[in-house]
Design a binder for this molecule. Structure first.
Ligand SMILES: CC(C)(COP(=O)(O)OP(=O)(O)OC[C@H]1O[C@@H](n2cnc3c(N)ncnc32)[C@H](O)[C@@H]1OP(=O)(O)O)[C@@H](O)C(=O)NCCC(=O)NCCS
Length: 186
């Protein structure tokens, strides 16, 4: 029997899936899930300038695993930096749930679990491009209004940010142009 999702995650799949750290063996399944959810053209999006060729934050990769041990939903994060700031920032995503099991709470369970871990790991703030109505319940608000910029086009209403540590974004120098944080790996 898999460990159940905690009640606070509100999953309709509490007995069928477990939220666990991503494993090396999940890579191909996750790639297929992202292709099915977003298509190959996702790599043209501005956020992929911050992902492609850079390693994700390993401790923040989580999956929803079914009873056969297969990854059926995934969330990953990339480290990013803001020009002129020494704070530790994250880019949330991609997040995707197998189309056959959407709407049962797995997406929210993955966001909730991984954000809790990001706070524990000491990251200061998290940015993303996604639906405000979905991420608003996790405390995300408009990032452009606070002075953040992505290195390319983005639908401004979908560009969101949330502090992970109290008052992390209080100072104006904590907001600005976002860049990748690591040396390229390929
Ligand atoms: C978006 C996604 C991750 C949500 O995961 P999920 O497990 O299906 O959804 P959850 O059970 O966690 O949440 C369901 C709630 O989210 C809402 N929701 C689902 N997709 C949404 C979307 N694209 N925009 C806004 N709200 C959405 C539902 O209406 C529902 O609202 P309710 O709780 O008020 O009834 C999933 O539908 C998915 O993989 N979609 C395709 C990929 C994608 O769009 N990823 C997000 C990119 S930012």
């Amino acid at each position: 029997m898999l460990p159940p999702l905690s009640q606070s995650q509100g999953s309709g799949f509490a007995d069928e899936f477990a939220i666990v750290p991503e494993r090396d063996q999940d890579t191909d399944v996750i790639d297929a899930l992202m292709d099915a959810s977003f298509g190959q053209e996702r790599h043209n999006l501005t956020v992929y300038k911050l992902r492609d060729g850079y390693p994700p934050v390993r401790q923040l990769g989580f999956i929803a695993m079914d009873q056969q041990g297969k990854a059926r939903a995934s969330i990953r994060y990339w480290p990013i930096q803001v020009e002129g700031s020494s704070l530790r920032y994250l880019l949330l995503g991609p997040l995707a749930v197998d189309p056959t099991i959407r709407g049962g709470g797995l997406g929210k369970a993955l966001v909730s679990r991984s954000l809790d871990r990001a706070v524990e790991l000491g990251f200061d703030a998290c940015l993303l491009v996604g639906e405000p109505s979905y991420y608003g319940s996790f405390g995300f608000t408009n990032a452009t209004a606070l002075g953040f910029k992505l290195p390319g086009w983005v639908e401004l209403r979908r560009f969101l940010v949330r502090e992970l540590q109290s008052n992390a974004l209080a100072k104006p120098e904590s907001r600005g142009l976002i860049n990748p944080v690591k040396t390229r790996t390929k």
